[in-house]
Every structure is written in structure tokens, then in C-alpha cells.
Design a protein around this ligand. Structure first.
Ligand code: ATP
Length: 325
């Protein structure tokens, strides 16, 4: 008789954050969502999501259609408030996958069933509410980890579909790499890139809520009409100088309006010798492009007193990576 393969008891996924190398706003839809054209690239500032199946004497195979309990914990190594309840995007992703597999509800309401426990743990390093899609990255990591742990066997397309329900940046975070996103950001196409880029990442412990930045944009800014062509061309040729000159973010003015201190911090990155510098996404993180790793390290040393936290990172940084099974 053939024995059923034993499921993995634990999986660990390392997931990168992102920068928007280009972010252009094309208009506002009737429902209030902004239409974007954006070039996203993953950067090597990572969170780690671990998922562990605790059968505790129970016999359920994770792929069997039994009720699953979810226990979520987090270790916050980034400054800032991290929800550790149903509000965490990793938990919302887990609930969505549970509902899809028929082993729990999307809102986690039915807790009194008997069943195995999945322990989901988030080790947080990506700055929070900082324009680096940390929450979206964690949602993507949870989907990838639990898809493996529960042997749910969703393929890439199905995972991205579920991801789109969780947030605009989540489908990109599932795939990683470099992508051109349009619409409200969920429609993505991979972009051809050459080489890698080294960054100094300047973190400010003054969170900016993305909706607040869009509201400020609506009040004070107008679409620039700038196209992503120069960024795409620089990526095709692997030309860091050209990329530095082409970096563009239509939301930067709104972030500066809400956090005026960021203006001088960006200037400091340029004065230190970066090839280009801008607010990442909705901010307040400022990224500066360096010529190479040594240059990025020199920039980081020079900018230590300008930001609350300074990191050196490389892009593109792949996607969610199963590092342990
Ligand atoms: P984006 O670049 O996609 O606009 P962001 O990087 O600015 O996002 P996040 O770090 O993703 O912002 O967090 C935005 C908010 O989402 C936080 O203020 C926090 O309350 C909530 N949140 C929920 N889950 C998470 C998570 N796993 N990590 C970080 N924030 C989370």
C-alpha cells in the first residue's frame, strides 16, 4: 500500500520590500481610486514569515478539509505600530487562503471547532507605513508559505488573483522582480532589466498613511504627465546614471507637503553624491541610488545622522523565497 507523503511541518519565507522607480498618477476614478503607471522593483530589505503546523496529537493532514486554527505572533524589529490581530495583512492573507481551501472563514470568526493549529510568525524588518510595501510583502509571504504548508497547490496565477483582493501591491509582491503596474496598481507586467542597483535607504520614524498622502496629492498636486520610458530604457541597458536621473514620483510633493522635513533629507542624499534620490511610494522613506555597493556604503555612513535608520540595499531582490521546509 502506498503511504501518503508526510506534509512539511514548517516553512519559512523571506520576502523583499519594494521601491517605485517611477510613479505617475494618471487620474482619479469615480470610486476615488487613483489610476497609476508605476515601475516597481524589489529591494533587499526583508521580512520573514514562518508558518508551523501544530498537530498537537491531532491527526489531521493539512490538506484534509478540517477546520484550522490560526495563531499569529510578530517580532517587530522595525520602529512603528504593527497590528498583531486580524488587522495584520499577513493574517488577512491567511484567512483568505483558509476560506479558499474550506478550512476556515475569511474573518476568523468560527474559533470553537476542534482542529489543528497553524502558527504564523512574522519577523518584521521592513519599515512600517514607510512606502516600501511591507504589509503587502507580508501578505504575499503568508500566501506563499501557507500554500506550501497546507499543500493548497494554488499556482502563480491563482495566488496573484487572491493577492489582488488583499491590496494593490500584493500581486507584485507575490512575483517580485521588476514590474510595470497600471490601473489601480494590481495589473502588472514583468519588465526586462539588466544588472543590479545599489541603494541607500533613509528611514524616518514618522509614518505616512498612504490614503492621507493621496488626499494631500488631490489637494495640492496635478498629474505631471511624465512617462516611465526613461526609467524603462535605463533598466534595459543597466545604466545606473541614467536610472538615477530618471527616478520620478508624482506623490513626492504630497509627502513633502505632509512632512516638510523630508525636503532637506532628500537634498542631503543628493549632496552626499547619490545619482538620484526620491521618496519611495507614499513615503516617508527616501531612497538614494549609488554607483555600486562601496558607494552605497559611503553614502550610508555620511547620512547616518540625517535619518532615524539608514540601510544599504540592492535591487532587484527576487521575490518571496522559501528558505526552509
Ligand atoms: P505601501 O508602500 O504599499 O503604500 P507602506 O509601506 O506605506 O505601504 P505598510 O508598512 O504596508 O505601509 O503599512 C501600512 C499600514 O498597514 C500600517 O500602518 C499598519 O497599520 C498596517 N499593517 C497591516 N499589516 C501590516 C504588516 N504586516 N506590516 C506593516 N504594516 C501593516
Amino acid at each position: 500500500m502506498e503511504r501518503e507523503a508526510m506534509p512539511a511541518a514548517a516553512v519559512r519565507v523571506r520576502v523583499p520590500s519594494k521601491v517605485n522607480l517611477f510613479l505617475g498618477i494618471r487620474g482619479v476614478r469615480d470610486d476615488g481610486y487613483h489610476e497609476l503607471v508605476t515601475v516597481l522593483q524589489t529591494v533587499s530589505l526583508h521580512d520573514t514569515v514562518t508558518a508551523r503546523l501544530d498537530l498537537d496529537g491531532r491527526t489531521a493532514h493539512p490538506a484534509s478539509r478540517r477546520f484550522m486554527h490560526l495563531d499569529f505572533t510578530a517580532d517587530n524589529g522595525a520602529a512603528g505600530e504593527l497590528p498583531v490581530d486580524e488587522g495584520n495583512l499577513a493574517v488577512r492573507a491567511a484567512r483568505a487562503l483558509m476560506a479558499h481551501c474550506g478550512i476556515g472563514s475569511a474573518d476568523g470568526q468560527e474559533q470553537d471547532h476542534d482542529g489543528p493549529v497553524t502558527r504564523l510568525h512574522l519577523a518584521k524588518r521592513i519599515p512600517i507605513a514607510a512606502g516600501m510595501a511591507g504589509g503587502s510583502a507580508d501578505a504575499a509571504a503568508a500566501l506563499v508559505a501557507l500554500n506550501a504548508l497546507w499543500q493548497a497547490e494554488l499556482d502563480g496565477a491563482a495566488l496573484r488573483e487572491m493577492a489582488a483582493e488583499l491590496g494593490a501591491d500584493v500581486p507584485f509582491c507575490v512575483g517580485g522582480g521588476t514590474a510595470l503596474a497600471t490601473g489601480v496598481g494590481t495589473s502588472t507586467a514583468q519588465v526586462l532589466t539588466r544588472g543590479s542597483y545599489h541603494w541607500v535607504v533613509g528611514v524616518s520614524n514618522e509614518p505616512l498613511a498612504t490614503p492621507e498622502v493621496y488626499r494631500a496629492y488631490d489637494r495640492i498636486a496635478a498629474p505631471s504627465g511624465i512617462e516611465p520610458d526613461a526609467v524603462l530604457q535605463a533598466l534595459r541597458t543597466g545604466d545606473a546614471e541614467a536610472l538615477g536621473a530618471a527616478l520620478h514620483n508624482d506623490l513626492q510633493a504630497a509627502a513633502f507637503h505632509l512632512r516638510p522635513a523630508l525636503v532637506a533629507r532628500r537634498e542631503a542624499v543628493l549632496d552626499a553624491g547619490a545619482l538620484g534620490a526620491m521618496v519611495s511610494g507614499s513615503g516617508p522613506t527616501i531612497v538614494g541610488l549609488a554607483r555600486d555597493l562601496m558607494h552605497a556604503r559611503r553614502l550610508a555612513a555620511a547620512l547616518e545622522d540625517v535619518f532615524d535608520r539608514v540601510e544599504v540595499a540592492v535591487s532587484p531582490a527576487g521575490g518571496p523565497e522559501l528558505v526552509e521546509a
